[in-house]
Design a protein around this ligand. Sequence first.
Ligand SMILES: *[C@@H]1O[C@H](CO)[C@@H](O)[C@H](O)[C@H]1NC(C)=O
Ligand SMILES: *[C@@H]1O[C@H](CO)[C@@H](O)[C@H](O)[C@H]1NC(C)=O
Ligand SMILES: *[C@@H]1O[C@H](CO)[C@@H](O)[C@H](O)[C@H]1NC(C)=O
Ligand SMILES: *[C@@H]1O[C@H](CO)[C@@H](O)[C@H](O)[C@H]1NC(C)=O
Ligand SMILES: *[C@@H]1O[C@H](CO)[C@@H](O)[C@H](O)[C@H]1NC(C)=O
Ligand SMILES: *[C@@H]1O[C@H](CO)[C@@H](O)[C@H](O)[C@H]1NC(C)=O
Length: 576
Amino acid sequence: MAILACALLSLCCCFVLASASHHFMNKGTFFTTLNVQASQSQPYRTGFHFQPTKNWMNDPNGLMFYKGYYHLFYQWNPYAAVWGNITWGHAVSTDMLNWRILQLALVPDQWYDLYGCWSGSATIIGPDKPVLLYTGWSNVSFSRDNQVQMQAMAVPENSSDPLLEKWRKIEENPILVAPTDINSTKFRDPTEAWIASDGKWRMLIGAKRKNRGLALLYKSSDFVHWEQAKHPLHSVPRTGMWECPDLYPILVAGKNGIETSANGHGVMHVLKVSLDDTKHDYYTVGTYVSDTDSFLPANAALDAGIGLQYDYGKFYASKTFYDSGKGRRILIGWVNESSSSENDIGKGWSSLQGFPRQVWLDGDTKNSLLQWPIEEIESLRRKSVSLSNVPLKAGSLVEVRGVEGTQLDVEVEFDLPRMDLAEALNVDASNVQVTCSNLGASRHGALGPFGLLVLASDDHVEQTALFFYIVASEHGWKALVCSDQSRSSLARDLDKTSYGSYVSISQRETSLRLRVLVDHSIVESFAQGGKVCITSRVYPTKAINNKAHLYLFNNGTASVQVRNLLAWEMASAKID
Ligand SMILES: *[C@@H]1O[C@H](CO)[C@@H](O)[C@H](O)[C@H]1NC(C)=O
Ligand SMILES: *[C@@H]1O[C@H](CO)[C@@H](O)[C@H](O)[C@H]1NC(C)=O
Ligand SMILES: *[C@@H]1O[C@H](CO)[C@@H](O)[C@H](O)[C@H]1NC(C)=O
Ligand SMILES: *[C@@H]1O[C@H](CO)[C@@H](O)[C@H](O)[C@H]1NC(C)=O
Ligand SMILES: *[C@@H]1O[C@H](CO)[C@@H](O)[C@H](O)[C@H]1NC(C)=O
Ligand SMILES: *[C@@H]1O[C@H](CO)[C@@H](O)[C@H](O)[C@H]1NC(C)=O
């Protein structure tokens, strides 16, 4: 069906192309424009983000570092640019920049996974023993006991092969079916396993009971036979289905990561859940006591599903792993499109993986994380420009000349302006996105909006704005961090929702910092050293190829000063 639809659509495109190449009036012509303007036909494919050569991708799965290679598995539909027939794609890399795509690792071919091999994780259970746990999705009429989602396990055919090309599903599968009090359509996404203080394995599975999100806890001595613990490790009412849970230790001090079973003095834990209802990844920092199989958030107001997000834009179903090669913890998340599925079918692919981030505990708060693009990205930096002490008067728009194009890494630092001028405005987690979108880049406030315009056409009709807006809130100064997509593309039929969050500004702070990675159709922003991250997808029609410009702007009524700006054009990574 999907293949047929695609063929029909292509025909339709060719036909429209001749008559209506420059109008942006409806869905049909947006397609046309995609094909016309992009003589190279694929302006939205990226240079340094992982994406398969074609078709639909979603969650990252089974991340691990094994015998010198990073392994990325991912949910992939071999047949179409829309979701369905889910398999595990597999790619390997030695630097998480350049990827080599291998044969499919898991395909639906057993009664318990006939409708798809859904998300799961990798655990290295011994020196030469990587295993995969995943969720099999089956049609009730083909499954036993009316089970729909079941957990299964696969092992490498040859664990001496560092590429781990071939995988074998074990005979004991399915190793777990849903407990009787859980709907078997709400039982999925096994985590990486870890060893608790009793020497036994533990792992989590996402679930829901009534409207309560659950991380069900399981124990095993041999990794094949699993027993459910008396209580879920954690649950939060009214958060709905918890997908893709992730539990990992984090050091109280420093940027290093630690191995997933590590615990004890100087270690806290992060629990992340992906909320099916809101499509955002929420995390909470707390204490995991393995003797009692319990998890307690450090701050109940920031509990899983109701507090902090890894990212305030498009970023979902993420997963971390411990990189034993470089002693750090890495986070990778699925970045969905913001276009319609008709558009996705037209361009033949859908979704990216976000650029890998290193994560560590924010020493300022002890209950939140910092996230930063892995250092390997710096090897892609080419031509650069550097500015310092640039005053930006009210209403300024300054082009940053010397770098151009759609692959950029930009770091900018602003001196804190006169804070006594800040408008009084109460922002909190519940209203910040709406506030960002109401304020927008074009409003004239006092201290803001000021920031960057990326992927901007020379006539400014297309631009994506990343900006700060400083306000005096009830509990002190806050800088809103906003990503405004409302003018990112002349094309319609796109999700142009603005995203936002905020950082608190302490007395010791003297500047506001923003780093932005631009890669054709993805913009990833990291504010204040990684305290707040926002990923957006944009589809400019004019600001493509070498017609994309970079600007600094200040639309506030007070002056601000750029302390430093460094921008690089970025080379492409090799993905094949
Ligand atoms: C893909 O999935 C659809 C719907 O689930 C099914 O009808 C179709 O046979 C599948 N295609 C292949 C090639 O497996
Ligand atoms: C299960 O499979 C049968 C036979 O192919 C089909 O009629 C039915 O619609 C399927 N159910 C679901 C929920 O996909
Ligand atoms: C297993 O992989 C190793 C390393 O790549 C290779 O030397 C060996 O021949 C493989 N064994 C089999 C049975 O394929
Ligand atoms: C289980 O969930 C499915 C999908 O949401 C729903 O259709 C079904 O009625 C539920 N079953 C029970 C027993 O609640
Ligand atoms: C992915 O994007 C599409 C189009 O914007 C949207 O309809 C869908 O809900 C999104 N899904 C997720 C999981 O974010
Ligand atoms: C700044 O304000 C001017 C004048 O109102 C407006 O034309 C411009 O689009 C605004 N800049 C941004 C980034 O919105």
